[in-house]
Write a protein that binds this ligand. Structure first.
Ligand SMILES: Cc1cc2nc3c(=O)[nH]c(=O)nc-3n(C[C@H](O)[C@H](O)[C@H](O)COP(=O)(O)OP(=O)(O)OC[C@H]3O[C@@H](n4cnc5c(N)ncnc54)[C@H](O)[C@@H]3O)c2cc1C
Length: 405
């Protein structure tokens, strides 16, 4: 059987994979991206991106918005879900406005396709990775593709992440570690003109008063995305239906939306058990479990880790062994808090009644809602984007990059 060789192979054409592949291709490496899906493909996701994402991607917004949804967001309506079941009673909404866009709405169907096509790497869409074999000189993928270095960016169920978990369990003699995931569920529907007229523009955010997650309704262009994400997945579909009914009764969402609810699970960075490196292997994005512990934002960490994985590969050389790739692990730990233990939005040390009472106080205060809930937790505005334009260098066992401010 013919074996094709590449300098690097990326599994997964989502934001992590396409970003990493683009950087490697631009540096002159012969790279391929394998994705089991044909693009454009759907991805269960609300589709919020922060301005940092646009900076990180060097996105030509004028080009992107031509024929694609790109919804600037300058206001939010927020409220707390309270009551014994915490899914019916709702405090009146607070509206927080901003002078300039603080977030944007995209459709993953369009966004991921755009990024993958512009990355310049050799694309193998519709080609699932079904076998990974470690050899002395690197990897043999699906028996036909050879490379010294592999980037696992195949999302939560990435085959490279699973390979690494098994390898690490057999190397250390410990079982595969399990940590809680966040589960999220959503529907994305096109709106008729009449429905559009009935849907207010500012996105609606409804936070659970035990700080275990939040629900949203989010209009972007002529589409509406409604969903919720929580650490406790048991009642997610029922709670999502209940949220939808409440929003319809409050005339924030039009009646008669019939699309199916689709769900997906992923890991938060501060409770991710996934070691992101192995010999000749780096995990990025959801494969490494990097989503933000407060907001569940995963696109930005996917892109940042894609950039960092590429910078690590470019700053290293064959054989790309685990010791050489250690700076990547250290940098993810430093940037995203991976390898630490936490529980997301809810502070671990506080009893639930106190968390609820604090949440009530915070969400009733316009100042705290703006500065703490939205700016800090939801939008992460205090975190500058990585600046990779000056390149990266290895220093003191870490990858050093500049930040944009
Ligand atoms: C309901 C919901 C709402 C969300 N909303 C937001 C949001 O608004 N904003 C935000 O920032 N984040 C959000 N997230 C998180 C975000 O979607 C992810 O963190 C992000 O998509 C991670 O990107 P990625 O590139 O790591 O993986 P993905 O985007 O999952 O891409 C992985 C790719 O790998 C491919 N793949 C998988 N297995 C294989 C295989 N065996 N062989 C080849 N290819 C394979 C898949 O087809 C896929 O294209 C949300 C998540 C959920 C579940």
């Amino acid at each position: 059987m013919n074996v094709e060789s590449y300098d690097a192979v990326v599994i997964g054409g989502g934001p992590a994979g396409s970003t990493c592949a683009r950087e490697l291709h631009r540096a002159g490496l012969h790279v391929t991206v394998l994705d089991r899906a044909h693009f454009p493909r759907d991805k269960v996701c609300a589709g919020w991106i922060t301005p940092a994402v646009i900076t990180l991607l060097d996105l030509d917004v004028d080009d992107y918005r031509r024929g694609r949804v790109f919804q600037p967001i300058t206001a939010f309506r927020t409220a707390l879900l309270t009551g014994s079941a915490r899914d019916t009673a709702v405090r009146p909404d607070l509206e927080t406005r901003y002078p300039t866009p603080v977030s944007f709405g995209i459709r993953r169907y369009e966004f991921d396709d755009y990024l993958l096509r512009r990355c310049g790497a050799d694309l193998r869409c519709g080609e699932a990775v079904s076998s990974l074999r470690r050899r002395d000189d690197g990897w043999l993928i699906n028996g036909t593709i050879a490379t010294p270095v592999l980037v696992g960016a195949g999302g939560h169920f990435c085959p490279a992440a699973r390979w690494l978990a098994r390898e690490s369990a057999s190397r250390t003699g410990r079982g595969e570690e399990r940590r809680p995931v966040v589960a999220a569920i959503e529907m994305e529907v096109p709106l008729t003109e009449e429905q559009l007229a009935q849907t207010p523009e500012p996105p609606v955010l409804r936070f659970y008063d035990d700080l275990s997650g939040y629900g949203w309704s989010f209009r972007k262009g002529t589409f509406l995305n409604v969903g919720l994400g929580r650490r406790d997945a048991r009642e997610l579909p029922r709670q999502a239906r209940c949220l939808l009914d409440t929003l319809v009764s409050e005339q924030l969402v039009p009646e008669g939306l019939t699309a199916p609810l689709r769900g997906h699970a992923y890991l938060l960075a501060n409770s991710s058990p996934r070691g992101p490196i192995g010999d000749g292997l780096l995990l990025a994005g959801d494969a490494a479990g990097l989503a933000d512990a407060h907001s569940g934002e995963g696109i930005r960490p996917a892109i940042e880790s894609g950039l960092l994985a590429a910078a690590t590969i470019l700053a290293t050389n064959v054989p790309y062994d685990r010791t050489q790739l250690e700076p990547y692990r250290q940098t993810l730990r430093h940037r995203f808090g991976t390898g630490t233990t936490g529980t997301g939005l809810r502070p671990r040390v506080l009893p639930r009644w106190l968390v609820r009472s604090l949440a009530n106080g915070v969400m009733r205060s316009p100042w705290l809602t703006r500065h703490l809930v939205l700016d800090r937790w939801f939008l992460g505005r205090h975190r500058p984007a990585l600046d990779t334009h000056g390149g990266a260098r290895l220093s003191g066992g870490r990858l050093v990059m500049r930040s944009t401010r």
